[in-house]
Design a protein around this ligand. Structure first.
Ligand code: NAI
Ligand code: NA
Length: 405
């Protein structure tokens, strides 16, 4: 069977396992390049880490950076992915999990994958059990990197659905269609109060706090346990769409939650942080309407300046340089946020981005913006457009079915 990219709008409907494997390996190599040649018998025990949302984007990059970086982490990764079936080969995240585990185990690390709904009590119980069985009973770090559009209300079982809208006036602007390679004008409507609340429920901090409470009650948080979740703020030019939109409201909730969790974890000598990250192409971000022109301009400018990073570079810099300072406290801003978006928001970068965005039109965006880079990133997330993979070769479904998380 040959596997070819199938894109609908901004959603990938197929994935190539070999490309996913190669991407995982490349990201591991990126992290290893940053490692000092350490003495083989390291004194520090491996960090024990739970990653919620481990199969793609920032969560996967966190897991790779922590496992193959100085922390030599043993990890449990939770994600919601689909394996091969008569419906298709399955999702990219399914294969990322498997190939990550294989590489981690080869390096002598524990890497347990739990595939299921992170909001369900059953998966929470499974995770607590896995911490006891596979990590010796406790975790030192919980990475919260879920991105989803729905969350069940634990009281009623009904679904909260997040929306990506503005919170005051409607906003019209060009947005990328990755299926047709065109920029199309679209209008982002203003959300109702119910929609704002639902988005806070899905993408805010409530579930993060519930996870920490569950783990705390089960006695599986180690002394000094830390937790981190990821946020985005962006420049003023995108505020109507993001920071002042429904997603920004949810992130505001996440930031407040971090302070509450930080307070709670002090009893254990622990800490909670939010890291504000750079805008990057992920399964989740491709979904944000009218945001793509900013990304096309941003990537073009940052690549020219030599400051462009992908998810793995961001997470390598977070965990390699910022999160575990050799001495003193973690560097944060006035809102206690770790600013990994410092290079994105640099004044000289933003000046050029604003100037470039003003020139980008549906006719010239492939030349003026970094359309090739954006599209390649999107394809590569799904295992396509990787050099050195023979996409004409047959992939054996029987072999894929033998792979287990
Ligand atoms: P992603 O779509 O690549 O990853 C989401 C992860 O959540 C996947 O592992 C998926 O399997 C998992 N997941 C989703 N629903 C689940 C469920 N019900 N149960 C278990 N696992 C589930 O998304 P991305 O972009 O890495 O997002 C992670 C965080 O980073 C989000 O909070 C996002 O807002 C934030 N962020 C993203 C930025 C970007 O440009 N992509 C920028 C700054 C922050
Ligand atoms: Na993630």
């Amino acid at each position: 069977m040959k596997i070819t990219p199938v894109i609908q709008g901004v959603i990938a409907r197929s994935a190539h396992p070999l490309g996913c494997q190669q991407a995982v390996r490349q990201h591991i190599a990126t992290v290893r390049q940053h490692m000092d040649p350490v003495d083989p018998v390291s004194e520090t025990p491996p960090l024990r880490v739970l990653v919620l949302g481990a199969s793609s984007g920032f969560g996967l990059a966190s897991r790779i950076a922590l496992t193959f970086g100085e922390q030599r982490a043993d990890t449990i990764g939770v994600s919601f992915e689909r394996g091969p079936s008569d419906k298709g080969v399955g999702t990219a995240g399914w294969y990322n999990n498997i190939y990550f585990r294989q590489e981690a185990e080869q390096a002598g690390r524990v890497a347990k994958n739990i595939v299921g709904d992170a909001f369900s009590p059953a998966v929470r119980e499974q995770v607590v059990q896995a911490i006891r069985d596979d990590l010796g009973g406790q975790v030192d770090l919980v990475v919260y990197s879920l991105a989803t559009g729905v969350r069940p209300d634990p009281q009623t079982g009904e679904m909260w659905r997040s929306v990506i809208k503005t919170t005051d006036e409607a906003f019209s602007g060009p947005t990328l269609n990755l299926e047709t390679d065109t920029l199309e004008t679209m209008t982002v409507e203003a959300a109702t109060d119910e929609e704002i609340i639902a988005t806070e429920k899905v993408m805010g901090g409530e579930d993060w706090a519930e996870w920490i409470a569950t783990l705390h009650d089960a006695g599986v948080l180690a002394t000094g346990c830390r937790t981190v979740a990821y946020s985005y703020i962006g420049p003023a030019i995108t505020y109507p769409l993001y920071h002042h939109g429904t997603l920004g409201r949810a992130k505001q909730h996440l930031h407040v939650t971090a302070d509450a969790l930080n307070h709670q974890l002090q009893a254990l000598g622990g800490q909670a942080h939010v890291a504000v990250c750079k805008a990057l192409v992920t399964k989740a971000s491709a979904f944000i309407p009218a945001f793509s022109p900013y990304m096309l301009a941003l990537f073009k400018v940052m690549k020219a300046q030599g400051t462009h990073e992908g998810c793995i570079e961001q997470m390598q810099r977070l965990f390699g340089e910022r999160f575990f300072p050799a001495q003193g406290e973690v560097e944060v801003d006035a809102q206690r946020l770790i600013r990994m978006d410092d290079w994105e928001l640099a004044a000289e970068t933003q000046q050029q981005v604003v100037a470039l965005m003003a020139q980008i039109t549906p006719e010239n965006f492939t030349a003026l913006g970094d359309y090739t880079g954006y599209k390649t990133d999107f394809l590569q997330l799904n295992g396509f457009a990787h050099e050195g993979i023979d996409y004409d070769a047959d992939v054996s479904m029987a072999e894929l079915l033998r792979l287990t998380p």
